[in-house]
Design a protein around this ligand. Structure first.
Ligand SMILES: [Zn+2]
Ligand SMILES: [Zn+2]
Ligand SMILES: [Zn+2]
Ligand SMILES: [Zn+2]
Ligand SMILES: [Zn+2]
Ligand SMILES: [Zn+2]
Length: 417
């Protein structure tokens, strides 16, 4: 917030702390306000112009009035925005162009397969032509097509502006409503993206993710499985999607944004594959408790084996869309199975980990070491002791919990004496 200091000696009156300043909502009564909304500025020169315009209008207002305060707030926001844009320059690649929230970088190597300009639809030749690709959403275009670029980056939510912005369906979450289809009449017979008119001869296409109709420039007939269909019906059929959705689903594919327990808790009942993955993920968390505190395991970097799916180590129910695709294809189960096998081999063979194993207190099999992830066991939810499932279900209370209760009772009685 260092920019807040450089306001040219203006009096802020009693406007409160820095935090308050950045969240104060300015009600727009002044005619200039539309021009001053900082969300609309994307280049440094634009924002600097706006700053000098606001400075001028400050002089025209009276000290200690609400109007003065509101303009000062506006100025603070613009200064923050200016600093953000200046900082961002350090992270830009050479030749990078920022427009419509895209970060377009020049491409100077050939693509493994043929690709087409998202604007004019013809082939791009990176070695022969100047070609730009967005680092965020992979939108690709010829240099000469830059001036016709009209699609806002579907990854704009990754770098939110501090002011309100048009909320689109591409907001960093996935839609779980199955194709909320809008009729052509409702849509006014025009493309949902570029607003070009549809012709009676047809050619318009439906995007199964958004549920709206698109022209052939905005919808190339590409297909993808749809998150809503997967999560509601475990249906992985590929459906046609518009180009923006295609880019967005690719961008979102590996992000762990699906909270399965919240969105579709009963999905495990429909899918045996998923239900077995749920069991494997529980084992991940149970084994993690051992690996986290074992220095041998740390040396072997065993937990790092799940690095590419870090959310598996941190949560039980968060999934990425790619996870669900891999559950369906069977890839995930064997990948996870291999890792769990390595982890289990370690725990069962490691002196440090074995020292934290359990012996069933309810039966006579005292040489069998049990772990929460051992098959046929049950873990006490209170004290985390592990027993044979049979033994545990046949007994009324957990002996370990009883002992703990007994001990604390004794202690409190001692305390009273
Ligand atoms: Zn082009
Ligand atoms: Zn982009
Ligand atoms: Zn269109
Ligand atoms: Zn160990
Ligand atoms: Zn037992
Ligand atoms: Zn217990």
């Amino acid at each position: 917030m260092s920019s807040v200091g450089s306001l040219g000696g203006l009096s802020l009156g009693s406007t409160g702390s820095n935090d308050e300043r950045s969240t104060v909502d300015v009600s727009d009564e002044n005619d200039n306000w539309d021009l001053l909304s900082s969300a609309s500025y994307t280049s440094l020169s634009e924002i600097q112009e706006a700053i000098s315009a606001v400075r001028k209008s400050i002089i025209e207002t009276d000290v200690n009035t609400d109007q003065r305060k509101a303009i000062v707030h506006k100025l603070i926001k613009l200064k923050i925005k200016e600093q953000d844009l200046e900082n961002r320059k350090f992270f830009q690649s050479p030749g990078e162009v920022e427009t419509l929230r895209h970060s377009l970088v020049p491409i100077n190597q050939a693509f493994p397969s043929r690709r087409y300009c998202d604007e004019c639809g013809s082939v791009v030749w990176p070695l022969l032509q100047t070609i730009y690709e967005c680092k965020t959403c992979t939108h690709i275009l010829h240099a000469q097509c830059l001036n016709r670029l009209s699609r806002k980056c579907v990854g704009a939510w990754l770098h939110p502006l501090e002011e309100e912005e048009d909320i689109t369906i591409y907001d960093g979450q996935l839609s779980y409503t199955i194709c909320p289809e809008v009729s052509l009449i409702e849509q006014g017979y025009e493309c949902a993206e570029c607003c070009s008119r549809f012709f009676a001869t047809g050619g318009h296409r439906l995007c199964d993710y958004v549920g709206k109709w698109y022209c052939q420039s905005c919808h190339w007939g590409y297909t993808s499985p749809i998150p809503a269909r997967v999560l509601n019906n475990w249906d992985f059929t590929s459906k046609q999607v518009c180009q923006a959705t295609y880019q967005y689903l690719n961008l979102m594919r590996k992000k762990a944004v699906i909270d399965l327990e919240k969105i579709s808790p009963s999905l495990c009942i429909i899918s045996a594959e998923l239900s077995s993955i749920c069991r494997q993920r529980r084992s991940v968390l149970e084994m993690k408790q051992y690996l986290m505190v074992c220095r041998v395991a740390a040396g072997l970097k065993l937990l790092r084996m799940l690095e590419e799916r870090q959310h598996f180590v941190e949560t039980e129910f968060m999934y990425s869309f790619q996870d669900l695709l891999d559950v369906n294809s069977g890839v995930l189960s064997s990948w996870l199975g291999n890792i769990l096998e390595t982890w289990q081999d370690h725990i069962l063979g490691c002196i440090l980990c074995r020292a934290k194993g359990f012996v069933c207190e309810l039966c006579t099999e005292k040489d069998e070491l049990l772990f929460p992830f051992s098959p046929g066991t049950e873990t006490c939810a209170e004290c985390a002791a592990v027993f044979h499932r049979e033994c545990y279900r046949n007994c009324e209370t957990c002996p370990r919990c009883e002992r703990i209760k007994e001990r604390s009772k004794l202690k409190s009685e001692e305390g009273k004496q």
